[in-house]
Design a protein around this ligand. Structure first.
Ligand code: URA
Length: 432
């Protein structure tokens, strides 16, 4: 029977489930340009309000996945592992996690994206290293993973092209925060990238898509179930993102923090998260008998500097060099933001810190903005820390003439209180 988009919009509007054929018709029609934006927008809004069943979400994921190329990693020997984060401020986890698991024998074949808005992308961080090349053809990508266990390349436009079109439309139609739409968007790209074991870092809190534990749990469950339907092992970590991860926000600053973490001298939260995510990858890749053994392996690779050497190998294979940590940042000014009052840090608004870093030039407000790799913010205090009047809250690395407003934003991101706040867990739940 001839399908018409208007009938399918009405069906979703009236809370009826669509068949896999109907969903495929919608995605194929939209990518081909046969379904106009106004109909697709209406459909997305109907999904936003009425949700999707398990079968519909699987069908949507499959249709997005099949809209483009999939990466064939079968020429890589061993279990391929991958990781995705729903995005956070100061989130340099991939830079640490990749070398950690690769140095323990897992194959980390990673396709990454650029950052937009207050969250930075892994590619931007790696490209802040002079010479680092993210354009690898698939042969080079596969042979590099076979020889050093790790490669990080830019996601091409050919991977899940429907997702790019849909995401751009969702972004301007108020339909981003929908669980089936986020889950199918994330999972179609992960499945197209070809890994066997995938950890997902689902952030909650300010600046994250999911604001509550319940919604993060639901999103995680849906993504883990999509993994099952495609025979992949998916483990979702629900983690805290009300304050930045680690201390550094900004591209080169984050690279330095990542290297220090790989060498065992990083911030506790970042190190803990990477060790936990890594242990699950190592264990489910069959490289350890228990999670405890996996943790030991990872800690040993930090101790022996094998993890750091693996990062060096990654940089050198892709045209860069291990930076000299003492002579790497070349920002013209480093301004200390000093507290005007005393107390305990009760709130540290991650979103404001991320937006302030973006305004310094560390991130993009628009897709075509250029990034200044040397600028950013290094926090000196974090949640729960005691602050006296005059103490430095953060250092602002910048190349601008007037940053009065940005300094105020950084200052106001810290909310002090007389009593120390309760300690929040970094990892709330692990769903598999
Ligand atoms: N990240 C994605 O890749 N897709 C979404 O829809 C949201 C976050």
């Amino acid at each position: 029977m001839l399908m018409r988009m208007v009938d399918l919009i009405e069906k979703k509007r009236d809370q009826k489930a669509l068949s896999a054929e109907e969903i495929t018709y919608i995605i194929e029609g939209y990518v081909a340009g046969d379904i106009p934006d106004y109909q697709m927008s209406s459909f997305l809004m109907a999904v936003y309000f009425n949700g999707m069943t398990h079968d519909e979400t699987i069908a949507l994921t499959r249709a997005i996945l099949e809209s483009g190329e999939t990466i064939d990693l079968s020429a890589i020997d061993g279990i391929k592992v991958d990781k995705h984060s729903t995005g956070g401020v100061g989130d340099k986890t991939t830079l640490v996690l990749g070398p950690l698991v690769a140095s323990c024998g897992a194959k980390f074949a990673k396709l990454s994206g650029r950052g937009l808005g207050h969250t930075g992308g892994t590619l931007d961080k790696l490209e802040s290293i002079e010479g680092f090349n993210i354009d690898l053809d698939s042969e080079t990508f596969v042979s590099q993973v076979n020889s050093i266990n790790i490669a990080v390349a830019g996601q091409t436009a050919k991977l899940a092209p429907a997702d790019k079109l849909l995401y751009a439309l969702r972004d301007v139609t108020g339909t981003v925060p929908s669980i089936p739409l986020i889950a199918s968007s994330v999972m179609s790209k992960k499945l197209a990238s070809g890994a066997d074991v995938i950890v997902l870092d689902v952030k909650i809190g300010e600046g994250a898509f999911m604001k509550t534990l319940e919604s993060a749990r639901e999103l995680s469950r849906v993504m883990v179930d999509i993994g099952k339907a495609f025979d992949k092992k998916v483990i979702a970590f629900i983690t805290e993102m009300s304050q930045p991860l680690g201390y550094a926000v900004g591209n080169k600053l984050e690279v330095i923090e990542a290297i220090r973490t790989l060498q065992g001298n990083g911030p506790e939260d970042l190190q803990m998260l990477c060790v936990e995510l890594g242990s699950y990858l190592i264990h489910h890749a069959g490289l350890s008998d228990t999670l405890k053994d996996a943790r030991k392996k990872i800690e040993a690779s930090i101790q022996s500097l094998e993890a750091s050497d693996c990062f060096r190998a990654l940089l050198e294979h892709q045209g860069g060099q291990m930076p000299d940590l003492n002579d790497y940042i070349h920002a013209q000014h480093i301004v200390a933001v000093k507290s005007e009052t005393s107390g305990y840090v009760k709130t540290l608004h991650a979103l404001d810190i991320g937006l302030a870093a973006m305004r310094l030039g560390a991130g993009r407000a628009k897709k075509d903005d250029t990034i200044d790799p040397d600028v950013g913010i290094v926090l000196n205090k974090k949640l729960g820390d005691r602050v006296e009047t005059g103490d430095v809250l953060a250092y602002v690395y910048n190349n601008l003439d007037d940053i009065t407003d940005i300094l105020r934003t950084v200052m106001d991101a810290f909310v002090l209180d007389e009593t120390a706040p309760p300690v929040k867990p970094l990892i709330y739940e692990i769903i598999e």
